[in-house]
Design a protein around this ligand. Sequence first.
Ligand code: NIG
Length: 426
Amino acid sequence: MPPRKPLRPKASLVVRNAVVATCDAGASDPGLIPGAAVAVDDRRIAFVGPERGLEAVVDVEGAQVIDAAGGLVTPGLVDAHTHLVFAGERAGEFALRCSGKSYLSVALSGGGIAATTRATRAASDAALLETAMARARRLLAQGVTTVEVKSGYGLSTEDELRLLRVIHDLAHALWAEVTIVPTLLAHAVPPERAGDRDAFVRELCEVLVPRAAREKLAEHVDVFAEEGAFTLDEARRVLAAGARHGLVPHVHADQLTASGGSRLAAELSCASADHLEEIDDEGIAALARADVVAGLLPLSTLFLGSSRYAPARKLLSAGVRVALATNLNPGSAMSENVGLALSLACLQLGLSPAEALVAFTAGGARALRRPDAGRLRPGADADLVLWGCGSPEHLAWHMAVNHALVVVKRGRVVHTAAAGAAVDCR
Ligand code: NIG
């Protein structure tokens, strides 16, 4: 009898002739493999490595084959910070800021989060779902396969729960295309509750957080700890309540003022502290000690017309893991432009293109505590992107255009670029 061939998993999809970035080799190393292939067995990665090793590991007969033609293949991007469920627009506010008004002064005069809350409360569920879906699909078309989505424009128990239900419906509708990770966000004290803040915070802790957790509407909890939003003590109470109910805590920290949000994130072992434009050395050391991911959101700094970018180089040097995200929202980052975020991370935050890519993949997955996303290795989620260029450097260099050619989610092709997409690798 001839020797039996070892049993190999049958591949459903194979990408050949690629430069693969596994994003699984540390914060500064994209894990590049030239002449590589990736094979998918249903929804999981079955093989990643030099093409010559492919057929010893998987049976490729009958598989759908994509020829990458020397293009870069990466994990699907993980956008770990968005506020993409909202109604209305803030273009007038944008114009005011262009004429010199600050974000805080516009917010304190009735604009800002309160303005979006009024529009969001007035919108129907169907309208909120439709616009959110369009925004999520714009991210998907640029290679994002996991998106964190926050509530935060309801600002009352019932309105926040309603937004979380819209996020739940969004997750359901997009299940095959994008993973939606739902977060309950305590974003601000609404004007009608300004006179009884303490009771409002108590209601968040004793009613909203428990209901969001019990009804399985949120996996994460986040608080905007900032002048004009929540004090550190209030944020601590909400996050502690979230943790008691099994929600993973995050903080919007040190965005506009050095208010100590990053130290609070460290004290509570949060998964991430996001923004950090005003973080100080003590905050950086605290994040490093507590292994809290730093969420970098450079589109916000640009959009607010500020020059205060988060000190990403210092964070990395201190050993803090970083995540890069869009922060898509109507007030401080009205943009789904993933490529621009990658370029800004290099130009203004001091990351290398490789570090920026890892931050937008494995870094985001770490911030969301999703170890199976954001990296290419056997057993991981089969979420991947074929880009029309051959290196991470090219992605950041050719700025603010969409390089994504093919996006694969859970092992299926869910997006193919239209003719005319940026293709520069062949
Ligand atoms: O992450 N900083 C708080 N939340 C958003 C802005 C929200 C808004 O202005 O509507 C942010 O930047």
